[in-house]
Design a protein around this ligand. Structure first.
Ligand code: ADE
Length: 355
């Protein structure tokens, strides 16, 4: 899916389903600003009466700038987080002093006002001024995470910034405000935060990767992935003439049932490796270290050291039967018959070169 494929169906859906809201019907910069600040911690239905009263008593930015603190606090009573309205008044005074009492029609200038972050600045710029800037809030992060089946933690600033860039790349010049609001609205009405999303009603259901994978209810991710456990391992490239030694992994657990290069827990010295090889009833002739390698699984990291060990052919070792599970394999069979996980890739590559 190319992200720009969402634009058309979203706008068509928005035209048919957008709620009629007081700040939408007359989207002046001041009204959009007041509504967005109120909506930051409060539901749409709860905001409506507060919005109406606020605009009646303080109909302009200048009126807000000049209002007594008691009045603005009273107007905010019941919404909570009073710093939001204190910051609005600070911004209103700044707008009165610097911009003649009118909200500047410039994203950076809006973004520079007290209490206005990238989301609110994007909402005001796009909805009130038709500027192509994204307005990515929690609703939009949820919608986008699901659309793209992104496992990234949406509480991370870096993730939010990347999503903002992706949205900025697809905002239609003709309807930036409607487009941003269509994403917000989809998150509020269809791709809902609580309970299962209403995928049946979604105009983007044919594009949604989370839905295709059946993981929509597990997204968005809001916690950092668990820290990976680090494990040290020593990997042995055991060769005997033109054969390499492989071992079948246990049927349960990590890389179950696949074939591996024999390996041991920890970072071992030559002597420790030779002791182990002998304990496996194999006879080492020569040993030399190989470079370190790393492999990252979802929940484990292997930090590996390798050794190349030449061993005597088992036939020349009468009375010694190698440990169960070891196989002596020719290069062709290694490629054809045995599935060796890429965790061993660095050493398998080495093995292919010398066989
Ligand atoms: N929540 C935040 N901003 C909104 C908007 N413009 N319309 C509806 N819900 C919102």
């Amino acid at each position: 899916m190319e992200l720009n494929e969402i634009v058309e169906p979203l706008l068509v859906w928005y035209d048919a389903h957008a709620r009629i809201l007081p700040w939408r019907s007359v989207p002046t910069p001041y009204r959009v600003w007041v509504s967005e600040i109120m909506l930051q911690q409060t539901r749409v239905e709860a905001v409506k009466p507060f919005f109406r009263r606020f605009l009646e008593e303080l109909p302009t930015i200048t009126a807000l700038a000049e209002a007594a603190e008691d009045q603005i606090l009273k107007l905010w009573e019941g919404l909570g987080y009073y710093n939001r309205v204190r910051n609005m008044q600070k911004a209103a005074r700044l707008i009165a002093a610097e911009y003649g009492g009118e909200m500047p029609g410039d994203f950076e200038k809006i973004r520079g006002l007290p209490g206005i972050g990238s989301y609110t600045a994007g909402a005001i710029a796009s909805i009130a001024f038709g500027i192509c800037k994204p307005a990515v809030d929690g609703n939009v992060l949820r919608v986008l995470s699901r659309l793209m089946a992104s496992q990234e933690d949406i509480l991370k600033q870096s993730v939010k910034r990347r999503m903002e860039e992706q949205v900025e790349g697809i905002i239609p010049e003709t309807r930036p405000g409607d487009f941003n609001q269509s994403l917000i609205e989809l998150g509020a009405l269809v791709c809902v935060p609580k309970g299962p999303p209403k995928c049946g009603e979604c105009p983007l259901k044919h594009l949604c990767k989370a839905r295709q994978q059946g993981i929509q209810e597990t997204l968005p991710r809001k916690t950092p992935p668990k820290k990976r456990r680090k494990e040290a391992r020593t990997v042995l490239v055991l060769v005997s003439d033109n054969k390499a030694v492989l071992r079948k992994r246990p049927e349960k657990g990590l890389l179950a049932g696949l074939y591996e290069l024999p390996n041991l827990e920890g970072t071992l010295s030559r002597e420790q490796v030779l002791d182990n090889v002998q304990a496996w009833q194999l006879s080492p002739i020569r040993i030399r270290p190989l470079p370190e390698a790393k492999h990252i699984f979802s929940h484990i990291e292997w930090h590996m050291l390798g050794y190349l060990v030449q061993i005597e052919e088992p036939e020349m070792n009468p009375g010694k039967e190698p440990e169960e599970g070891f196989l002596f394999v020719e290069k062709e069979d290694m490629d054809r018959k045995y599935s060796i996980p890429s965790a061993f890739g660095a050493y398998v590559k080495y093995l292919r070169e010398i066989l």
